[in-house]
Design a protein around this ligand. Structure first.
Ligand code: PMP
Length: 452
């Protein structure tokens, strides 16, 4: 904890020099910044000593909580050996062990692991690999991608090219390669409900594949839960049917499990919920328990073999990052996966998810709550100006921001997605902690929407 004058100094320096992501800095600079000093369990503490529940898992990646002795120890042990090392032409122990582990827990058929350092770079790799897979096989026309309306796959140019959230992506459109965008099944806002939404998505994909599959390299999707668009859960069976269509028409299937991986949805991977085995699976965020920036793109033998050739043939995957396979990151990822198994975290998520669903059930009846959406411990609460007509609040109402700020005053951090309040607690939260967090959430929503 620091004295108030030191806080003032830090706040002034933050405002002077730090440009925060996804932030309108004029707004940010008009408020007192929240400066975090430390974390313990599922709470974060600011420099003035105030405690907050980490209600959005520090951007959806906290698995075991903060300051976890086993994870700290894994990093410390590895620090005493080597902290950096390249995978360019050599290997390191944690990267080897982690690859073996990931292959063991991944959906069947994913046997190769290509490391990177963020979800976005993991997506770039999947896109480039899918493209080059066809190229290496002499199929040069297959060079575009199918993506979902409102998709979010990260902020690098390739990932933005398969992104479809107008607010984030449209400004960059002239820089991007074009993708085929199909409707995402958003049951709440589809006049045909879940059945109609699912049908619309599948028939749009089928139409494109019937007519243009010879031009399409791959389809990319956030499996089961579309995250950044507002935690929108697919109707059951949709993912499985999308994967079958891709198989049928010879298009590679990329599952972006960056947000959903490692137990978040109540299964190890969201693909497991529907028995789907993709051609590529991208993981990041929770891979290291949220500790360090490591991501991975898993691929099948079929994909790998298209790159496996003689040196002279120049079929290598010419892509790599300085921090690819960083041993500190891989060591903490291994420790996190061990805790995930030893503590039966994924099984626990299912029980806790039922508890949270019961706690939030009454909220759905509130006049400004349109829908409470949940899959495992990924929860989005869509606020509406008018319940009957489902009319949205205007952007200028800042309703999501208001609810989140109220939650912060009440002792829980969260970050909204437009009019959707997001609740993504650390997977290791106890039922008691979840009870307190859901109480804060419900109260913040009620108070923020009162009289609006
Ligand atoms: N894909 C999905 C589905 C995501 O939710 C995110 C991040 N929220 C990303 C990719 C990008 O990951 P990163 O922020 O680590 O680049």
């Amino acid at each position: 904890m620091v004295v108030a004058s030191l806080y003032e100094q830090l706040a002034a320096l933050d405002k002077s020099h730090v440009w925060h992501p996804f932030t309108q800095m004029r707004d940010y600079n008009n408020a007192d910044p929240l400066i975090i000093e430390r974390g313990e369990g599922v709470k974060l503490y600011d420099v003035l000593g105030r405690a907050y529940y980490d209600g959005f898992s520090s951007v959806w990646l906290n698995v075991h909580g903060h300051n976890v002795p086993e994870l700290n120890q894994a990093i410390t042990d590895q620090l005493g050996r080597v902290a950096h090392s390249t995978l360019l032409g050599m290997a390191n122990i944690p990267a080897i062990e982690l690859a073996e582990k990931l292959v063991r827990i991944a959906p069947a058929g994913l046997t190769k692991v290509f490391y990177s350092d963020s979800g976005a770079t993991g997506v770039e790799i999947a896109l480039k690999m899918a493209y080059q897979y066809w190229h290496n096989r002499g199929v040069y026309a297959k060079k575009s991608f199918i993506t979902m309306n409102q998709a979010y796959h990260g902020d690098t140019i390739g990932a933005v090219s398969v992104g479809a959230i107008p607010l984030y992506h449209d400004v960059f459109r002239p820089l991007l390669f074009p993708s085929h965008v199909v409707p995402y099944p958003y049951s709440y806002r589809h006049e045909g409900g879940a059945v109609g939404a699912k049908e619309e998505t599948l028939s749009a994909i089928q139409t494109i594949l019937e007519t243009r599959s010879d031009e399409i390299a791959a389809l990319i999707v956030e499996p089961i839960v579309q995250g950044a668009s507002g935690i929108i859960v697919m109707p059951p069976g949709t993912l499985r049917d999308i994967a079958s269509l891709c198989r049928k028409y010879g298009v590679l299937f990329i599952a972006d499990e960056v947000a959903t991986g490692f137990g978040r949805t109540g299964a190890m991977f969201a693909c497991d919920l529907e028995g789907v085995s993709p051609d590529f699976m991208v993981v990041g965020k929770g891979l290291t328990g949220g500790y360090l920036p490591v991501a991975a793109t898993l691929a099948t033998d079929e994909v790998y073999n298209a790159f496996y050739a003689d040196y002279e043939e120049q079929k290598s995957f010419f892509h790599g990052h300085s921090f690819t396979g960083n041993p500190l990151g891989c060591a903490v990822a291994l420790a996190s996966l061990k805790l995930l198994e030893d503590r039966k975290i994924v099984e626990g998520v299912r029980v806790k998810a039922d508890f949270v669903a019961a706690k939030l059930a009454a909220l759905a009846d509130r006049s400004h709550v349109g829908e409470v959406r949940q899959q495992g411990l990924m929860i989005g609460i869509e606020l509406v100006r008018e319940k009957a007509s489902r009319r949205s609040y205007d952007w200028a109402d800042r309703i999501g921001v208001r609810a989140s700020l109220r939650a912060r005053e009440l002792g829980m951090l969260t970050r909204p997605l437009g009019n959707v309040v997001v609740f993504i607690p650390p997977l290791a939260s106890t039922v008691g902690e979840l009870e307190e967090m859901t109480n804060i959430l419900a109260r913040a929503i009620c108070e923020a929407t009162e009289g609006s």
